[in-house]
Ligand binder design. Structure first.
Ligand code: ADP
Length: 645
């Protein structure tokens, strides 16, 4: 609560300022969700249903909370003349503190950062709001004033609360008398939104968006036109209309798959996630036998704004025999599948299971392992449609990359799901799978080659690739800091090892066009030059070698076979770990004109300059800084002057 200007009279009426983030969010919502405005009803009914779920759960251990009224339901009413619409629930309700906290601030961490990314262009920002999730504030899309009357179950009738706001900068709260527990939200519809105060329209919206809610959503019966009265008969007494259920009130996942339409699955996803975009894919399963549970898992189309935030809620909504137990039950899926949304309803857990108990429960462990496989199988199926899979990969690939390290047991399922950029596709897009790679391998090739660099461009133009281009061998271009780690864990693809082309000695002898000379022969032939270079670079390198991996470049740097990779080293250093020193191997291309020049150079100063320049250039080609940039420039200039004189 950053900037709430609390006025006097804290127990009576008070006017408070919204947290800055709320103001920004309200503005964004009102201006960007204009073409989807009816979603406010789904959001408010979702909240009402969550409140009923919470009460049912709390009543398991304290039945007095039901206060002699065990009916959990949601009522939607309207008044055409007044231009109002109200949504009432008999759920858990809120205390005064709850109201101030929940409806005056946004507790989601990372909100500020999310909002700072907004462009101010309403159309573009509309797409972002879906990642954030809408919720209660969507009321202000259609209402210019919103009132909320609520009382927390278990508190006395004198502890009701009235909240009101015009959605601009402030809201007011006041303690009121409220005999019934639960919440009523009253929307004072904007002048041009009065169409929502209409029975036919509302019924349609409820059936469309909220049919799957596990509680009845009721409306007053539509008045039937009076039957004609025969002469002499008495006018029948007018009967007050009663509430009737508008939805089917069966929690969607409890229904048979064949009874649920795609649209219903999509609506249910939106209810669960507060996302307003359709999900990419879902899977609904009932398991019977030794263990009984139902799961309904969704893959969102877009990553949520806080996917990389450690504290962001993740996990499934947990029910035990249709009774809601908790949100964000993160025991049911591994961390690398944290983008999955959904419900799990277990028949085997106890109603008073806690988060702590979930951690050690054998049922939970078994369900987690089954759900993990299920999600990976969903992805495997999705991957049959390359275009759709690419959309998934672009959103969530980086999270999935945590999988090989976290989940040894599922390597077989995971490895076909990875996509990489490669020398054999033009784009920087990561769209090459192991199947594509293996299919393009050359006859004598038994390894999967990759190069890792700090950026796609650095990888693509690395001198290490020269010989691979010459022999037309495909190389995966890894530029994401986590990639090196992935390849470490994914060592085997179909029995084929991953080989870093920037590391160790390279032996491509049998692949493609035969090499004229082996590495040993080259080293022997250039022995004198190698010795001179070793002396010059002493202290900065591990070794100097002659190589045939280069065609266009004079030299390159190679990491020794068992030294840590560049990206890994960077990651460790960034996390504050002290790393042992590791020196590169300097490889030269004896065929290159500059190297031949070097060999012929008798002037020791010039030999030194040229050697150092080649060494620093090799660093540059790796995307690194020369050891001493100023000295590098001086040496280079000395050589250029020599050249031009
Ligand atoms: P979300 O539902 O995503 O948390 P909302 O902005 O819709 O976000 O609601 C904020 C909070 O206000 C909810 O988490 C809940 O604690 C509370 N709330 C909203 N509507 C109700 C309601 N009908 N009954 C009880 N609490 C509610």
């Amino acid at each position: 609560m950053t900037d709430q200007a609390t006025q006097e009279r804290p127990a009576g009426a008070e006017t408070l300022g919204f947290q800055t983030e709320v103001k920004q969010l309200l503005h964004l919502m009102i201006h960007s969700l204009y073409s989807n405005k009816e979603i406010f009803l789904r959001e408010l009914i979702s909240n009402a249903s969550d409140a009923a779920d919470k009460l049912r759960f709390e009543a398991v251990s304290d039945s007095s909370l039901l206060e002699d009224d065990a009916d959990l339901e949601i009522r939607v009413e309207f008044d055409q003349n007044a231009g109002t619409l109200s949504i009432t629930d008999t759920g858990i309700g809120m205390s005064r503190e709850d109201v101030i906290d929940q409806l005056g601030t946004i507790a989601k961490s990372g909100t500020g950062e999310f909002l700072s990314k907004l462009s101010g262009d309403d159309r573009k920002d509309a797409a972002l709001i879906g990642q954030f999730g809408v919720g209660f504030y969507s009321s202000f899309i259609v209402a210019d004033r919103v009132e909320l009357f609520t009382r927390r179950a278990g508190l006395s009738a004198a502890e009701g609360v009235h909240w009101e706001s015009a959605g601009e900068g402030e809201f007011s709260v006041e303690t009121i008398e409220k005999p019934e527990r639960g919440t009523t939200v009253v929307l004072h519809l904007r002048e041009d939104e009065k169409e929502f105060a209409d029975g036919f329209r509302l019924r349609n919206l409820i059936r469309r968006y909220s049919d799957h809610i596990g509680f009845p959503v009721k409306m007053l019966e539509e008045p039937t036109p009076p039957a004609p009265v025969a002469e002499g008969e008495e006018e029948p007494e007018e009967k007050a209309p009663e509430f009737e259920s508008v939805n089917s009130a069966r929690a969607l996942w409890t229904r048979a798959r064949t009874d649920v339409s795609d649209d219903e699955y999509k609506e249910f996803y939106k209810h669960l996630s507060h996302d307003f975009q359709d999900p990419m894919l879902w899977s609904h399963n009932r398991v019977e036998g030794k263990r009984e549970y139902t799961s309904l898992l969704y893959l969102p189309a877009k990553a949520p704004f806080d996917m990389w935030n450690r504290e962001a809620p993740k996990g499934l909504k947990l029910y035990v025999q249709k009774v809601f137990i908790m949100d964000d039950a993160d025991q049911f899926l591994p961390l690398y599948l944290r983008f999955v949304r959904g419900v799990v309803d277990s028949g085997d857990l106890s109603l008073n299971v806690s988060r702590e108990l979930l951690q050690q429960d054998a049922h939970v462990e078994a369900i987690r392992s089954a759900l993990t496989k299920r999600v990976l199988d969903m992805l495997g199926k999705l991957a049959k449609d390359e275009e759709k899979y690419q959309a998934f990969w672009n959103e969530f690939g980086n999270v999935l990359k945590e999988g090989p390290a976290e989940d040894q047991a599922n390597h077989e399922r995971l490895s076909p799901l990875f996509r990489f950029a490669s020398t054999h596709t033009n784009e920087s897009e990561q769209n090459v799978s192991r199947v594509d790679y293996v299919a393009r391998m050359q006859e004598a090739q038994d390894k999967i080659y990759f190069i890792s660099a700090d950026s796609f461009n650095a990888a693509k133009s690395s001198p290490h690739l020269e010989v691979f281009r010459k022999k037309d061998i495909e190389v995966l271009l890894l530029s994401d800091p986590i990639d090196e780690w992935v390849t470490n864990h994914l060592q085997e693809f179909d029995g084929k090892t991953f080989v870093d082309v920037g590391r160790g000695e390279l032996d491509l002898g049998d692949i493609g066009e035969e090499d004229k000379e082996s590495a040993d022969e080259l080293n022997e032939k250039n022995k004198d030059l190698l010795e001179r270079l070793t002396k010059e670079l002493e202290g900065d390198i591990k070794e100097v070698r002659a190589t045939n991996r280069l065609t266009d470049s004079p030299a390159c740097l190679v990491i020794d076979e068992f030294d840590m990779g560049k990206q890994m080293r960077r990651m460790m250093e960034a996390s504050g770990q002290a790393m042992p020193e590791s020196k590169p191997i300097f490889e030269i291309n004896p065929e290159h004109t500059l190297v031949k020049r070097l060999e012929a150079e008798q002037d020791e100063q010039r030999f030194g300059d040229l050697t150092r320049v080649l060494f620093d250039q090799a660093s540059l080609a790796e995307g690194r800084q020369p050891q001493d940039p100023g000295v590098f420039v001086q040496r280079l200039n000395r050589l250029l002057i020599d050249l031009s004189s």
